[in-house]
Write a protein that binds this ligand. Sequence first.
Ligand SMILES: *Cc1c(COP(=O)(O)O)cnc(C)c1O
Length: 394
Amino acid sequence: MKKIEIDENGYYGNYGGAYIPEMLYPNVEELKSKYLEIMNDPSFQKEYQYLLKDYVGRPSPLYLAERLSEQVGSTIYLKREDLNHTGAHKINNAIGQVLLAQRLGKKRIIAETGAGQHGVATATVCALKGLQCIVYMGTVDIERQAPNVARMKMLGAKVVAARSGSQTLKDATNEAIRDWINHPEDTHYVIGSVVGPHPYPDMVARFQSIISEEIRWQLKEKTGSELPTHVIACVGGGSNAAGSFYHYLNEERVKLVAVEAAGCGVHSGKSAATTQLGTPGVLHGSKSILMQTADGQVVEPHSISAGLDYPGIGPLHAHLFESGRGIFLSATDEEALQEAFNLTRLEGIIPALESSHALAGLRKLNLSKKDVVVLCLSGRGDKDMDTYMKHLPK
Ligand SMILES: *Cc1c(COP(=O)(O)O)cnc(C)c1O
């Protein structure tokens, strides 16, 4: 197996790079030349690790889900990112990037958000650090994620509506990039997933890699081995998956399973199953696989979960898909809903709709009794209660 790693130009195999307008060169160059040095600095690591522990509540538990295991017929551990402060894995990256921005001397923080989880995480860290925060969010998402919009406002962030296109995550990202172009000097753009121009995909993957760093020693404590047979995670842009896979990328025996959102069905015209429907192209600053028409127009995605409603995936995942290192599955809105109700009744854990897609992956793998599966429960379901209430089983 060829080693999975990023090269010095920010490519994983054929995917990655930095496709950016000239106006962004100075910002991206500055980040590229300094991110590793800053991240490896002992004083940075000290503050980052301290906040992960005492502010976020890490390490997040690795929980043996006994009743779910019995139902599936194999051993299932849930990596409880849902128990993090602010309710998802996003805070790992938000803390990292805001600390990095401070060391770059930036005073103004911008972010895009879909489900609102990344916006809330970024607004949270900005409140903690007393920094100005502006969050771009599609009008459709503002409506379906009202509690998170309220949280961001309470945290002191300004929420700006993105009204173009499908008025979801892709459009919010476009607006944030436009803002960054207009404020190159004082602003850091906190991207919420392993997407965007190099070095973002690598930087975000490193900040999220704490997930698999913990899984390795936690699993060793529980089973005597650091290696599960499978690691499963949902993929929107791919950051919780990248973090869950990171320390297993080059462990050939561990199967890496990514679950995308199939919406109303992969071929229904209302889907976000990027690897099933997409082709190579450039989106939001990097070369990857994206959903587009023959003449390169981005196809509007659909998913019941705002966090997966994105027409692309990060370049790492495009490479995992193309090289065959990753197993890519998809789950429909309906399947995700069923899994959310199932987990809630079996384990007393209400998962985020995004994470429910990963749960649906358990049914599609032909798992056996001897398999040991780690599933990243990326977030909690509080933000999705409106959707769950509408679909409550009678
Ligand atoms: C944002 C989000 C996702 C999707 O983003 P990735 O970058 O693919 O991880 C998944 N789960 C939850 C709970 C989220 O908030």
